[in-house]
Design a protein around this ligand. Structure first.
Ligand code: NAP
Length: 407
């Protein structure tokens, strides 16, 4: 009998590439014991009153209280002072076009540094926008900018203790970035607001009206500002005019219903969901119909953010000479019928709209403070439960804004 001896040699080569600032710091995860053993080394505490957070620690494999996890604390080789302050953040770690939430991570990242012309703000509340899901799909966010902290808007406290709101369009006027840099929204080029702190050009900081809570103010800079500009700058409507708001549950849509009602417009709304149609009526819509259903009258303007699924209906709902304002395409940007004949024959206007100016945000803040109008908030979650908020938004289940709070 012969025995054949086969020897298999498997060589596994693991190459770890660290992109670290000089002079060669090393990211390590230490337990409390490890920290105690290295004198003078520890997590740099952020200024109070940032409360402790709980988050997932991949190294420990469980949820932990802030300060227990040291996964992202960076040290100089051989001990010494940490060179990067860290903070809790919600960020895009990977791009996944089909499963956007697969690239969402919660953990510690370097905190922003002060630099000329920019200010660091302690974030008290920030709100989710569909833009954050687009970012996780890679729309406007290339892989080489990862990891990118998500969150387009926030309210918080600046270094002097002032309560502030952020205008999240960076570079519109060149402030803080120079005149040649193209306009961007927080999270596209610069880290966003789902963190303990965020840095923005000082020009982008506005005082928060005392009448608004941090949670309410955090809803205004993106969805509400977009709705404000769509209605009052681009649709050109006046009190008494009629407007159709598509997809009543969205952040921009609920803003358009509330602002339109407050400004004396006859607001019609559509939604796929009966409960949301009821909510739209409670917010002040005169009628709320199923998505695609005929309206009792033609309208002066349409506020469109749903895109392909409602495009035809939007065009058909306009009176001759009416205006369709579009700022988003949640259901896709390729409608099966472009309705070109109807557009030119009835002399309809199609106007694109994106975000709004700092002046418009100031006007919106005063409008809310003066009229008692408040953003519609679906729910407020602690920042470390951001994933639940993302899941709710991805499923389209929300009515109004989902807010993440640091307090
Ligand atoms: N250009 C800008 O400056 C700007 C600013 C803000 C937002 N946006 C864009 O505007 C869009 C809306 O954003 P958002 O955060 O307000 O809300 P959102 O989470 O995108 O929700 C929009 C609404 O669209 C409706 N909807 C979604 N899929 C649909 C489908 N297949 N058929 C019919 N209705 C559908 C849903 O309403 P119902 O469930 O009630 O039917 C949903 O609540 C996004 O695409 C966003 O990127 C653009």
């Amino acid at each position: 009998m012969f025995w054949v001896r086969v020897r298999v040699r498997v060589r596994v080569r693991v190459r770890v590439r660290l992109r670290l600032p000089v002079p060669v710091p090393v990211p390590v995860c230490l337990g409390w014991a490890g920290v105690g053993a290295v004198a003078g080394v520890g997590r740099v505490p952020l200024r109070p009153p940032v409360p402790p957070q709980r988050h997932d620690c991949p190294q420990l494999g469980r949820r932990v209280q802030e300060g227990v996890c040291h996964m992202a604390v960076w040290f100089r080789l051989g001990g010494g002072e940490p060179i990067v302050k860290v903070m809790f953040a919600v960020y895009a770690a990977r791009i996944d076009r089909d499963q956007p939430l697969a690239g969402l991570e919660l953990g510690e990242l370097p905190a922003p540094e002060a630099r000329p012309g920019w200010s660091v703000v302690d974030v008290r509340a920030a709100s989710l926008n569909h833009h954050d899901l687009w970012s996780l799909r890679g729309v406007g966010l290339p892989e080489d900018r990862l990891p990118m902290i998500l969150g387009c808007d926030a309210a918080g406290v600046d270094a002097d203790g002032n309560e502030v709101v952020l205008h999240s369009v960076i570079g519109q006027t060149g402030h803080g970035v120079g005149p040649k840099e193209p306009r961007s929204i927080l999270t596209e080029r610069y880290p966003g607001t789902f963190a303990e702190q965020v840095a923005v050009p000082t020009w982008n900081i506005l005082p928060k009206p005392k009448e608004l809570s941090f949670e309410e103010a955090a809803c205004l800079p993106t969805a509400w500002l977009t709705a404000y500009r769509m209605l009052f700058t681009n649709a050109g409507v006046r009190p008494g005019d009629s407007v159709l708001v598509q997809g009543a549950g969205g952040g921009v849509a609920t803003a358009a219903i509330v602002l339109g009602k407050a400004a004396g417009l006859r607001v019609f709304a559509t939604s796929r969901d009966e409960a949301k149609r009821k909510r739209a009526l409670e917010l002040g819509a005169v009628e709320a119909v199923e998505t695609g259903a005929r309206l009792p009258q033609r309208v002066d303007a349409v506020i469109e953010t749903v895109g392909a699924a409602t495009w035809s209906h939007s065009i058909k709902s306009l009176r001759p000479g009416g205006t369709l304002v579009i700022s988003g395409a949640t259901s896709g940007d390729r409608p099966s019928h472009a309705e070109l004949t109807r557009i030119f024959f009835l002399e309809l206007k199609v106007v694109g709209s994106t975000m709004g100016s700092k002046d418009e945000l100031e006007d919106l803040l005063s409008f809310c403070a003066a009229t008692g109008v408040r953003p519609v908030i679906d729910e407020v979650l602690p920042m470390d439960r951001a994933r639940e908020g993302f899941e709710r938004m991805a499923s389209g289940g929300q009515f109004g804004k989902i807010v993440l709070s640091n307090s």
